[in-house]
Ligand binder design. Structure first.
Ligand code: CU
Length: 165
């Protein structure tokens, strides 16, 4: 290998590293804090389920989409009473996350909808969710979160003894 090739390789590695750190800055976890996240477990053959969590953004953001390796489609949904008093859910264009305010996604309210599931989600497994945000200038950012699969919110249930004799 000539010195020139080595120099070229070195600069390629350098470019690779800088573009990688740029990517990390783009997916900066500090932008949004995630708490109490869970995804509802499914039974065999079930094609859709919900994801729930508390989100606190450190700048005005809008949650626009969710994606996951386990789901073909991910949307932000709202659940509300229809004109004829039936609870129905439907996709929304986005969910506003005002700076510093904790927004709760929960059963019966806003939630993440995972559809076209590629596998069964069993309790105590984990799914990777990528949350997609837009800021006021339309710039997109995303955040990866590993979320436990459960039958119900883990809060409050956590203190229950695991083994009873
Ligand atoms: Cu839904």
């Amino acid at each position: 290998m000539t010195t020139k090739t080595i120099q070229l390789l070195a600069s390629l590695v350098f470019i690779g590293l800088t573009s990688m750190s740029a990517l990390q800055a783009h997916t900066d976890k500090a932008h949004v804090a995630v708490a109490d996240a869970w995804v509802r477990a499914t039974v065999a053959g079930q094609k859709g389920t919900g994801g729930f969590m508390k989100l606190t953004a450190r700048e005005d953001l809008r949650l626009v989409r969710v994606s996951s390796p386990v789901a073909g489609v991910g949307e932000v949904h709202e659940m509300r009473m229809s004109a004829n008093n039936v609870m129905e859910m439907r996709p929304v264009e986005g969910l506003d996350l005002p700076k510093g305010m904790t927004v709760e996604l929960k059963p019966g309210g806003y939630h993440l909808m995972l559809m076209d599931l590629k596998q069964r989600l069993t309790k105590d497994s984990t799914v990777l969710l990528t949350l997609h945000f837009k800021n006021k200038n339309g710039q997109e950012s995303k955040l990866d979160v590993k979320v436990p699969v459960d039958l119900q919110p883990s809060t409050g249930e956590a203190s229950k003894p695991m083994h009873q004799h």
